[in-house]
Design a protein around this ligand. Sequence first.
Ligand code: EPZ
Length: 420
Amino acid sequence: MGDLIKVEGGKHLTGSVRVEGAKNSALKLMAATIIASGRSTIQNVPDIADVHVMAEVLEVLGAKIDKGDHELTIDTSTLDSFTTPYELVHKMRASISMLGPLLTRFGRACIALPGGCQIGSRKLDLHFSSLEALGVEFETEHGYINATTPDGLTGAFVTLEFPSVGATENLMMASISADGHTTIDNAAREPEIVDLANMLCEMGAHIEGQGSPTIEIEGVKEFHPCTHRTVGDRIEAGTFLVAGALGGGPVDVIGAQPAHLALAITKLQRMGCEVSSKGDVITVSRTGDLLPADIQTLPHPGFPTDLQAQFMVACTIANGNSIITENVFENRYAAAWELVRMGADIRIEMQHALVRGVPRLSGAPVESPDLRGGAALVLAGLVAEGETTVSNVHHIDRGYENYVEKLRSLGASVTRVPEE
Ligand code: EPZ
């Protein structure tokens, strides 16, 4: 049995909250330490379950990890395996990010095939096809992906059918050691891609164009350990901006770059919120009604799919009808059904969600379907009448450090209790 998060709705939220380093960068930065033998230090690492699993996977491969305060020093000089174990991988899909680093370090990798996922099939075809262009050969057997490079890694011009974050990252981490030049065309542009590319450059890689749709890489053979600070978590920041929009604010969200959240900030302003920013502080407040929104999730710099569920909560009590279109994942509306149980009026048609605003939600026992859906259901509890009890909070622990404590510091009536 897991814990429950209990929320009493209707409290006014105000104050400030600091976000951690980005989960979707830190996990890849940890994997990238495989590339250079020696001790690399990663700072501003969030203390979340997925980071603990990634550390376990690295230790299984033979790395030694010193854990500090939101800081990891990872010694990969003792790395003696290129096989990631299934029993760990199925807990965290991001272990597929070991593929590129292991190919650069050992010329081969054996990665347990990650299972399916609550939000869709999470295919890996783009990872395989783009790495095959560099000369990698794949064999899948007994639930493992066996990757070998019989003729080494050779640079190539690779066009990604879809700007996949994970495929871009694996392609970057393999091509930095390939013979010759690699161009990644239609590359993902997320801030976490830029953060990883910057760390790889600090290790000796030659990368240009990170953050643009075309990344140019000149292969080199020597890499050295480095110290790198993880970029702030724009998704955690966006989650707390929605909390401030729901709870009235003003709420200061500290530690993320406003430029990484431009569209989410614009959407909040269009929904009737005041949002301003100074340095790494974004301030949100709302006095009048929330207004409806039209949201299309897209690869960065489009609206982030990882904030879709949180914004849907705001739409459920907006003064009018909202349309949300999820273009990135094929099955990412699981939280919607739990919101309907709280009185929301939501109709799902294929990848569209039609959300008709209702005057208020009513508290109910609900189940976290996945990481961001779970975080969103807690937000719904903030504005629901009465008590909301959220179960399966282990999903939330994968990506949010001290979520309950941070919300409580803003004035929310929220507690975490063991499930009887
Ligand atoms: C990363 O997942 C993030 N996870 C996700 O965050 C995020 O939602 C996603 O990027 C998009 O921004 C991590 O960084 C650990 P993709 P990733 O490859 O790399 C399809 C969260 O809540 N696709 O860009 O898996 C895929 O099925 C998580 O923090 C293929 O078809 O995302 C999906 O529909 C959720 N073939 C779409 O592309 C492939 O080979 C986006 O996937 C790869 C992906």
